[in-house]
Design a protein around this ligand. Sequence first.
Ligand SMILES: Cc1ncc(COP(=O)(O)O)c(C=O)c1O
Length: 295
Amino acid sequence: MPILCNVEGKLVPPEEAMVPVLDRGFLYGDSVYEVVRTYGGRPFELERHMLRMERTAARIGLDLPPREHVIRELTRTLEASGNPESYARIVITRGEGQFGLGAHLSTAHRMVIIVRPLQLPSEEQYARGLQMAIAKTRRNSPLALDPALKTGNYLNNILALREANEAGADDAILLDLSGRVTEATTSNVFFVQRGVIVTPPLALGMLEGVTRAVVMEVARAENVMLREEPHGPEALAAADEVFVSSTLREVMPVTSLVFLESPDEKTRQVGDGKPGPIAQRLRAGFRRYVEQNHR
Ligand SMILES: Cc1ncc(COP(=O)(O)O)c(C=O)c1O
């Protein structure tokens, strides 16, 4: 099934979807974006995604089109795609203007929406769990390009993923400059120690995942203890369970870790090397949340 693009309101196939080379998103990664998925054909937690995009845009001083316009164009593109379930990427760049870094040089934003059929991890992947590498590449300091901002500048994450893939791992977990676990390249990280769920606090510098927030609500509703605490990667190796959360992965177990900073790229099994009961319970709880709350 094909990809459908919406470029400034025009619905076109990807080979006809063009953005001028002077667009600041292309030149500098000067853009914001969101990835949403549908359940039952309707975008999930759109309000939280819109709020996050608006927060990011406000922090970088990028003017967004009105929210109603973004939602109208998203809905129109999803409907035109005819997909039973979709992945949608909304990208809004600072547009173009005179050549140069100065943000004031841009005259108007540019919005592109890319919709494609939803592709999800297989059940076999959930049963096997992921192997995550603890990358040498560190997460940006919140005082530099704050990782809480969902901008088009993903090179920090791309470099970490590259390291992980070179080592044969599925994905990477990034530490902050002080060696504390922050997040994975496109998901948030949790671990379980003696029945308590622990996740890094947002203040360390990471994206506030929409799925992270829902998973935390689900854990609290199920009376599982949850703490937001900073820890080093050794806490992951010693944990009973590790899992990650994201729009596409929902709640995905991590069953082994590779420490790329150790001289021999030491590999550690998490717990007994199988998906743990709390990750499985939270995924089921997440699915129930979708059934009960998604309209
Ligand atoms: C760096 C990063 N962290 C976490 C997430 C998970 O966020 P969400 O649950 O909103 O998909 C993403 C998603 O793309 C991400 O890029």
